[in-house]
Design a protein around this ligand. Structure first.
Ligand SMILES: Cn1cc(Nc2nc(NC3CCCCC3)c3c(C#N)c[nH]c3n2)cn1
Length: 280
């Protein structure tokens, strides 16, 4: 049996959940407790110092956020010059795989939306802006959505989609106009304004909500990358919001997809929006 030993504890590999460039996520069985965990393995052999540091930063933030409910639980970890092992709680399925399998029932949208908002609010409260939010960053754990990464280390893609084009890693479909135009301070062009930069995650959340409502992201139909990036930044390119019988819901998704950062709501505004606050 394929086994992994972390800090002297034995885990048996059940299956590979996903793999990225130099990382893999396994579903494992903890021999002693017979409990299931997810183990993220990162090969540091061919990773340069920058990459190693980005993973260490991600782990530092993950440990700092452990007391927050909507953040994935980290039980143990092992860092050596050649590899990193993270022992985490194992979710049932990530939101990307879930949305590929079936459409969301209308009444569940509010439930998922509230949980995504609170998860992203957690990292914003710690001064972290993800800037690359997509459905694959959210995971169902016992029916609730949790955030599994903070956009600090490189992304991992689900094993299923690693061979197909639409894999979520490196997708531009959720990227905000200001991130594309580099006016969000990510290239160190001065605007390190947290309040403004948090809005980039609001745009991405709006794209995720749009996908949940309409089954596609706002710019998915534009396959040419340059044309896609231009459309995202072009105020004259109208995004369509067909009526779905819930004006409050369409108002929420419209408000997130406002290109003018100053006019885009904050997470706080969204949590007090009537769509979220007026229902149970
Ligand atoms: C598809 N699927 C996912 C699970 N569960 C799961 N997937 C995790 N990562 C997946 C890696 C591939 C992309 C999607 C997320 C992690 C994780 C990290 N990182 C920590 N816990 C986890 N649990 C069950 N089915």
């Amino acid at each position: 049996k394929d086994q992994i030993h972390i800090k002297g504890v034995t885990y048996t590999i059940i299956k590979v959940i996903g793999k990225g460039g130099s990382s893999k996520v396994y579903q494992v069985l903890h021999e002693d407790s017979k409990k299931i965990f997810a183990v993220k393995y990162v090969d540091l052999e061919c990773s340069d110092h920058q990459i190693v540091q980005s993973y260490k930063n991600e782990i530092t933030v993950l440990r700092r956020l452990q007391n927050k409910e909507p953040i994935i639980k980290l039980y143990d970890f092992e860092i050596t010059p050649s590899h990193i092992y993270l022992v985490m709680e194992c979710g049932s399925i990530d939101l990307a795989s879930f949305l590929r399998k079936k459409r969301v029932v209308k009444d569940d949208i509010l439930f998922y939306w509230r949980q995504m908002l609170t998860a992203v609010q957690c990292i914003h409260d710690e001064g972290i802006i993800h800037r690359d939010l997509k459905p694959a960053n959210f995971l169902f754990v016992e029916g609730s959505l949790k955030l599994i990464d903070f956009g600090i280390a490189n992304a991992i893609q689900s094993d299923k989609t690693s061979v197909t084009r639409e894999s979520q890693v490196g997708t531009l479909n959720y990227m905000s106009p200001e991130t594309i135009q580099g006016s969000d301070g990510s290239q160190g062009n001065g605007s390190s304004n947290m309040k403004i930069n948090c809005k980039s995650d609001v745009w991405s959340l709006g794209c995720i909500l749009y996908y949940i409502i309409y089954g596609k992201t706002p710019f998915q139909s534009i396959t040419n990358t340059m044309m896609k990036l231009q459309a995202i930044c072009n105020k004259d390119y109208q995004i369509h919001f067909p009526d779905v019988g819930d004006p409050l819901l369409t108002d929420v998704v419209k408000s997130c997809l406002v290109r003018d950062v100053r006019k885009r709501p904050s997470i706080k505004d969204l949590l007090s929006h009537p769509y979220v606050s007026s229902r149970n």
